[in-house]
Design a protein around this ligand. Structure first.
Ligand code: UT7
Length: 332
C-alpha cells in the first residue's frame, strides 16, 4: 500500500505591513475596535505588480528545498486560490510551475476559498494513494488586497496577502501517512461570502465596477456564528472517527480569520494555547494561504518537529470546510 506523507512546509510573507492605525486613516474604525473584535494588529500587503503566482512560487521554492527533492520529481502542482493571477486562464498553478522552471507537469487551481489548502491536501493524498502521482506540490496563494473594497468598514480590515506551500510525497511507511482529510461544502450559504461580479454571470462592465461587485462582500456576523459551529463539529467528527483526544494533537492549526473564532473553537474542543497556532494578529486572514502560513510560522519558531501530530481546521466561502490530520514527516 502506498501512503501520502506531509514532507515540508514553506511560506512567503510580503514585507510590507498595513497596521490598524493605517485603517484609522481610511475608514471609521479604531485600533482598539479591530483588536478587540478580531485580534488582528496588522496584515501583509503585496506590491502592486506582485501576483499570487510570484508569492506562491517563493513559498514553493522553500517547501521544495526543505523537502530535499528535485524539482524534476514533482509530478502534480495544485494551487488553492480565489484571487488567481488571471480570472479564467492560465491557472495560477501553471504560472507557478513555469516560474519554478518545472518540466511539463499536470497543474491546476482549486477554488475553495479559505478551505482551499485543506482541499489541496485531500486531492494530493488521493492522487498519491491511487498510485497516479509521487510528489505533489500544494500551494495556497492569495492577494485579497486586489478584491477588497476599502470603503467597506465591515470587511476590508480583516484580509491580507501571502502564500504557503507544502510537498506531499508517496511513502510505503504507514507511520508517516497522512491519517485523514475530510472536506465538505454547502452552497445554500453562498451569499454569506461572495464576489458577485466579474464572473460569467455578471461579467465585468462599468456597472459591475461602479457597484464594486468584483470585490468581496461578507455578512461577517452570520459567518462568524457558522464558522465557530462548523470548525468545532468538523474536528469533533475527525477526532471521534480516529478515537483521539485533544491530548493526542501537538499542533492545532485553525483557519486564521478572527482570534475570537479561534478562541471559541479552541475552548469548545479543549485545545490549550500551547497547542493552538495563532498568526491572525500578524497576518490577518489570508484565506487559502492562512493555514500554511500559520504552519510555517510555527515551524520556523522551532515548534513543529518530525513526528508531531498536526490538525488543520478550515472554513470559508462556498461555504466550504474541512480538516486534515497528519504526522509531520520530513525526510530529515
Ligand atoms: O475567512 C472566511 C470566514 N470569515 C470569517 O470567519 C469572518 C467572520 N466574521 C467576523 O470576523 C466578524 O463578524 C467581523 C470582525 C467581520 C465583525 O465583527 P462583529 O463583532 O460580528 O461585528 P458586527 O458586524 O456585528 O458589528 C458590530 C458593530 C456595528 O455597530 P452597531 O450597529 O452595533 O452600532 C458595526 O457598525 O460594529 C460596527 N463596526 C465597526 N466599528 C468599528 C463594523 N465594522 C467596524 C469597524 N470599526 N471596522
Amino acid at each position: 500500500m502506498t501512503y501520502a506523507a506531509f514532507r515540508s512546509i514553506g511560506a512567503y510573507i510580503p514585507p510590507k505591513i498595513m497596521t490598524n492605525a493605517d485603517f484609522e486613516k481610511i475608514i471609521d474604525t479604531s485600533d482598539e475596535w479591530i483588536t478587540k473584535r478580531t485580534g488582528i494588529k496588522e496584515r501583509r500587503i503585496s506590491e502592486k505588480n506582485e501576483a499570487p503566482s510570484d508569492m506562491g512560487a517563493k513559498a514553493a521554492e522553500l517547501a521544495i528545498q526543505r523537502a530535499g527533492i528535485n524539482k524534476e520529481d514533482i509530478d502534480l502542482v495544485i494551487c488553492a486560490t480565489v484571487t488567481p493571477d488571471f480570472l479564467c486562464m492560465p491557472s495560477t498553478a501553471c504560472v507557478i510551475a513555469s516560474k519554478l522552471g518545472l518540466p511539463p507537469v499536470m497543474a491546476y487551481d482549486i477554488s475553495a476559498a479559505c478551505t482551499g489548502f485543506v482541499y489541496a491536501t485531500s486531492v494530493a493524498k488521493a492522487f498519491i494513494e491511487s498510485g497516479m502521482k509521487k510528489n505533489v506540490l500544494i500551494i495556497g496563494a492569495e492577494k485579497y488586497t486586489s478584491i477588497l473594497d476599502y470603503t467597506d468598514r465591515g470587511t476590508c480590515f480583516i484580509f491580507g496577502d501571502g502564500a504557503g506551500a507544502a510537498i506531499i510525497s508517496a511513502t510505503e511507511n504507514k507511520d508517516e501517512a497522512i491519517v485523514d482529510v475530510n472536506c465538505s461544502s454547502d452552497g445554500n450559504y453562498d451569499d454569506l461570502i461572495k464576489t458577485p461580479g466579474g464572473g460569467s454571470l455578471n461579467p465585468c462592465s462599468q456597472e459591475v465596477l461602479d457597484a464594486k461587485m468584483a470585490c468581496i462582500k461578507m455578512k461577517g456576523n452570520e459567518t462568524f456564528k457558522l464558522a465557530v459551529k462548523t470548525l468545532t463539529s468538523d474536528v469533533q467528527v475527525m477526532m471521534k472517527k480516529h478515537n483521539l483526544s485533544n491530548d493526542d494533537i501537538d499542533h492545532f492549526i485553525p483557519h486564521q480569520a478572527n482570534y475570537r473564532i479561534i478562541k471559541a473553537v479552541g475552548d469548545a474542543l479543549g485545545m490549550n494555547e500551547e497547542q493552538t497556532v495563532v498568526t491572525v494578529d500578524k497576518y490577518g486572514n489570508t484565506s487559502a494561504a492562512s493555514i500554511p502560513m500559520a504552519m510555517n510560522y510555527a515551524y520556523e519558531q522551532g515548534k513543529i518537529k518530525k513526528g508531531d501530530m498536526v490538525l488543520f481546521d478550515a472554513f470559508g466561502g462556498g461555504l466550504t470546510w474541512g480538516s486534515a490530520l497528519f504526522k509531520f514527516s520530513p525526510n530529515n
